[in-house]
Design a protein around this ligand. Sequence first.
Ligand code: PGA
Length: 253
Amino acid sequence: MRKQIAAANWKMNCTVQQANELIDGLINAKIKIGPEQEVVLAVPFPYLILAKEKLKKIPGFKVAAQNCYTQPSGAFTGEVSAIMLQSIGVDFVIIGHSERREIFGEQNKMLSEKVNTCLGHGIKPIYCCGEPLQIRESETQNEYVSAQIKEGLFHLNNSQMENFVIAYEPIWAIGTGKTATADQAQEMQAHIRHILAQKYGSLVAASISILYGGSVKAGNAKEIFGKPDVDGGLVGGASLNVLEFSAIIKGLK
Ligand code: PGA
């Protein structure tokens, strides 16, 4: 069975003191994580080692970076490579978050290279896709998201796609308090799984965890995660509060 995942995307938030408090709070909450569930904390680069160290004995918890560069090393001031992340035991990397796409101009071609470098170093990408508001309003979101999936991922082979993680995050729902309905999430995520099945077959498509992201909160997580093609969430704002995020974790199937 594919994993059900609650992933916290801290974005560019927290001092080291707040990072300590958040991680300790989650550990002390002693949430029971089932064998088919995972909790992923995508923390800013300066706190990755801290998070790894604190969570190494806590079953079910994994650590993610929020980005990495395409190249292994060299004269790329300010960038961080997958080799570096591998060397400190990072489990996942968020690739192609809409803020990377929109603010930093990252496009599908570069993202496909980032996916390659992660997989080449044993790190699982959490590949993000999702449409802006004007695309949703023109009802062309299926084509838009299909292109993001095809251009970013369809060079991969079946075994690389097995157990992959994708996050569907409609941009109009991120940080806006405006959540897609559970039915809208299900509809798009079934579409994503359908195009994956056409390319990789239904067994591989069924093994891929597809998360929903965009204003997930304690109050709506269980309903959204209850949909058959929603395998958990990528959570921004609400992941910065121990009580909220604990409740979200408990909403996993
Ligand atoms: P949000 O962010 O939960 O604050 O809407 C989600 C994300 O950007 O990953």
